[in-house]
Write a protein that binds this ligand. Structure first.
Ligand SMILES: Nc1ncnc2c1ncn2[C@@H]1O[C@H](COP(=O)(O)OP(=O)(O)O)[C@@H](O)[C@H]1O
Ligand SMILES: [Mg+2]
Length: 250
C-alpha cells in the first residue's frame, strides 16, 4: 500500500549540530507508528520538519505519493497534517467548544447585519466529534482549566479530527498523565486508527507505543537506527537500539 505521508532523507541542522541526519519515515492510512529515542535524539525536530515548523536542510516530503511543499505550519494543516505538541495549545480560560473552534470560530448574523459567535453551532458540532470518538466530557461549557490532563488531550485530539486530520502527530501525548488517563488516550488513538487516520506518536515511554503501534522507528543522535514491526520485536530489543547497544543499521 502506498504511503499517505512520507519523509525521505530528511536532514536538519542547527548550526554545527545535526539534529536529524538523513532520516526516512513512511506512514500509511490507518497506521500508528511510534518514534522512540532518548532525549535529544531528534524526534521532535523530525516532526517539526513534517509539520512545517522547520525547513529541512535536505530531504523531501511526499503526501499521497506527490511531493508536498510544507514551508509553514499552515501548509501542513491544509494537507490535513495536524500536530499536537506537549503544551496542547489549548486556551485554559475558554470552554471546550471554543477551544475546538479556536482561531476558526463560526459566526452568524445577528439581526441580519452584525457578526456574532454561533455558540449553538459550535457546541453541537463539538458534541458530535466528541461522541464519534467516544470521549466523555459532561459539559462542553466547562473551561479547559477544570478538566483532567486526559480530557484536555482528548479535546486537543478532537479539535484536530474536527478540522479533518488525515495525519495526526502527537509529541509525548501521555507525558504527565496519570496511568488511567494514559490508557484512555491510547484507546483514543486506536479509534483514530479505525477511522483511517495515520498516527505518529513520539515518546520516550516505550510502554505506550508497544500497546498501540504497528511499527516502531528508533532514533539516536539524529540517526534512524532501527525500524521494527511492533509485533515482531520486544522492549529489550528496542531499548538496546535506543541506547546503542546494538550495531547501527542502515
Ligand atoms: N530550535 C533549536 N535550536 C537549536 N538546537 C535545537 C533546536 N531544537 C532542537 N535542538 C537540538 O537538536 C537535538 C534534537 O532535539 P529534539 O529534536 O528536541 O530531540 P528529542 O525530541 O528526540 O528529544 C538536540 O540536541 C536539541 O538540543
Ligand atoms: Mg522532543
Amino acid at each position: 500500500m502506498e504511503y499517505l505521508l512520507e519523509a525521505r532523507n530528511i536532514t536538519k541542522r542547527f548550526g554545527g549540530l545535526v539534529a536529524v541526519n538523513d532520516v526516512s519515515v513512511g506512514l500509511k492510512a490507518g497506521e500508528v507508528i511510534g518514534i522512540v529515542g532518548d532525549n535529544g535524539a531528534g524526534k521532535s525536530t523530525l516532526i517539526k520538519v513534517v509539520s512545517g515548523v522547520h525547513r529541512p536542510d535536505a530531504g523531501k516530503i511526499f503526501f499521497r505519493g506527490e511531493e508536498a511543499r510544507i514551508d509553514t505550519p499552515m501548509d501542513a494543516l491544509k494537507l490535513g497534517i495536524e500536530t499536537i505538541y506537549q503544551d496542547l495549545a489549548l486556551a485554559d480560560n475558554l470552554n471546550v467548544y471554543s477551544n475546538i473552534f479556536l482561531g476558526r470560530e463560526k459566526l452568524k448574523k445577528f439581526l441580519g447585519i452584525i457578526n456574532v459567535l454561533d455558540h449553538e453551532f459550535m457546541h453541537n458540532e463539538s458534541r458530535k466529534v466528541l461522541n464519534s470518538l467516544e470521549i466523555e466530557i459532561p459539559s462542553l461549557r466547562n473551561i479547559i482549566r477544570v478538566l483532567s490532563g486526559g480530557q484536555r488531550q482528548a479535546v486537543a485530539i478532537s479539535r484536530s479530527i474536527y478540522w479533518d486530520a488525515h495525519v495526526l502527530i502527537m509529541d509525548e501525548p501521555t507525558a504527565g498523565l496519570a496511568v488511567a488517563e494514559q490508557s484512555k488516550v491510547l484507546k483514543l488513538v486506536t479509534r483514530l486508527k479505525e477511522q483511517g487516520i495515520g498516527v505518529i506518536i513520539i515518546t520516550h515511554q516505550l510502554h505506550d507505543v508497544f500497546s498501540v503501534s504497528d511499527r516502531l522507528i528508533v532514533m539516536r543522535r539524529g540517526l534512524k537506527v532501527g525500524e521494527r514491526i511492533t509485533k515482531k520485536t520486544n522492549p529489550d530489543e528496542i531499548v538496546s537500539l535506543i541506547i546503542g547497544a546494538e550495531a547501527v543499521e542502515t
